[in-house]
Design a binder for this molecule. Structure first.
Ligand SMILES: [Mg+2]
Length: 478
């Protein structure tokens, strides 16, 4: 089986945020800080450092130009800006999308124990982590499928791309779990609730997957809200309503409280979050330890200092794949390198980057490997230019009459894509527009909707998936 390793080395999110401009972040922090103190923040300290409010120019003279400008400014309303989007019964739903015969039927995914169960099975009492023996006793008609991880990763990526069309601040918490931050989008989306419902419908329309949506001012409340009315749940918790929303819910709903903690609390007569809120902080810290006790105390009030992490910026991009048994067929290897360059070009454009250096690595079946990198004459994210350089490197590196079992292409020295129209090289302009349209077609109809000539030979060799070729071994179906 062939293995394709796709890696994008990322800079920490904090650097990306600094690049984006710190002042915006600071104002956002201040704005949110008023309602959601960070973990470990001491309110006493903040009161010490608080500076007395100085009178503004508009307050000094209500007839001044500043005052009039202030009148023109519409005050921005507070929205439950943190949105949690979670795909319902993710693996099982993907199986049902891929195989229409499974739709409407109880489906169990996994090996040995249930990794995911469709809602048809869940309604009959099956839950995740249940052993198959028990699950089949509860639901004898359930259809068991081993799972295809490669497809799940594709679907998760497609969902993420749809989410990114609504806001750039999308954090992937788990494969099918996303946090979005809509802060500052009040003018862009005047009807916020309708926007979130449209987002839910769009994901269903374009991927066939049902998602549950929860919106609140903090991550903890948003994630509880999204999980309350599954499948295809929708819940918005208005700012200021967090405590009222949480009060009647059982304590297990709080993130960080498992069965053991819940049992400990139940022994003390605490079943709901409202009852938990009446327990003093010191008592919780004595029972659960300093850090967890404080966390439970905060979460019971809907407080959560965690922010939605901005997407990180890549420092390098590499794509490599192994070839089962190895091959000496240079046509095939050329096609594979072309495919890898296409993937890299597409990733670079997605991040708005250009590469200055390209490297090629090949490994023979006898484990001898060769690698060389070359500096490009000008930075690029055009796969044709990358391919020309990669082919040259391949010509230099492939010197032995031994089969190759791994080929990899990588780009480094990335810089922002500051493309300007080429005055003399009109071919480059045409390529730029071509790539842009290719990306657009692929984002809408999948990777295989359009490909270069050599791709045809590759497609005879490999199965296709919505996001490209199946080069890798699905870890669940191994
Ligand atoms: Mg899920």
């Amino acid at each position: 089986m062939d293995v394709c390793v796709e890696s994008v080395v990322l800079t920490p999110a904090i650097e990306a945020m600094q690049e984006c401009g710190a002042p915006a972040e600071e104002t956002e922090e201040k704005d949110r800080g008023a309602e959601t103190p960070r973990t470990g923040d001491n309110p006493a300290d903040s009161s010490k450092t608080k500076t007395p409010q100085t009178e503004t120019a508009a307050e000094k003279n209500p007839w001044s130009a500043w005052a009039w400008l202030g009148l023109c400014k519409t005050p921005t309303r507070k929205i439950p800006n943190i949105v949690h989007v979670d795909v319902d019964a993710f693996f099982a739903s993907v199986e049902q999308v891929l195989n229409p015969q499974l739709r409407g039927k109880p489906v169990l995914v996994g090996r040995g124990c249930v990794a995911s169960a469709s809602y048809e099975a869940k309604f009959l009492g099956v839950h995740t982590a249940m052993s198959f023996r028990e699950a089949l006793r509860v639901c004898p008609k359930a259809i068991v499928v081993p799972g295809q991880y490669e497809h799940y990763a594709d679907f998760a990526e497609r969902v993420r791309r749809i989410l990114e069309t609504y806001t750039p601040a999308v954090e992937t918490a788990a494969l099918d779990d996303f946090y979005l931050d809509f802060v500052g989008t009040e003018r862009l989306y005047p009807d916020y609730e309708a926007t979130l419902r449209r987002l839910q419908e769009e994901i269903f329309g374009r991927t066939g997957l049902g998602v549950s949506v929860g919106a609140a001012r903090t991550k903890v409340v948003a994630s509880i809200a999204s999980r309350l009315e599954r499948p295809r749940g929708f819940r918005m918790v208005a700012p200021g309503q967090e405590e009222a929303f949480l009060t009647p819910l059982p304590v297990e709903k709080l993130h960080g409280i498992g069965h053991v903690h819940a049992r400990m609390l139940a022994e003390r007569g605490i079943a709901t979050i409202g009852q938990l809120r009446r327990v003093p902080k010191a008592a919780l810290q004595a029972a659960f330890g300093e850090a967890i006790g404080l966390q439970i105390w905060e979460r019971a009030r809907g407080l959560d200092g965690r922010e939605v992490l901005l997407p990180a910026t890549p420092k390098s991009v590499s794509r490599e794949t192994t070839i089962e048994g190895g091959t000496i067929d240079t046509e095939f290897l050329g096609g594979l390198i072309e495919y890898l360059c296409e993937r890299i070009g597409s990733t670079l454009r997605e991040y708005g980057k250009q590469a200055r250096t390209i490297g090629l690595r090949i490994r023979y079946v006898d484990h001898f490997s060769a690698h060389q990198a070359v500096r490009l004459s000008k930075p690029t994210n055009d796969e044709r230019e990358l391919l020309i350089a990669a082919r040259e490197l391949f010509g230099k590196l492939f010197t032995r009459r031994v089969a190759v079992r791994l080929a990899g292409v990588s780009v480094t020295n990335l810089e922002a894509d500051r493309r300007q129209n080429e005055l003399f090289d009109t071919g480059a302009n045409r390529r730029w527009y071509l790539n842009r349209e290719m990306d657009r077609v692929r984002s809408r109809f999948g990777w295989n909707a359009v490909f270069y000539g050599k791709g045809l030979a590759l497609r005879e060799h490999y199965a296709t998936k919505p996001n490209g070729l199946v080069l890798s071994t699905p870890c669940l179906s191994r």
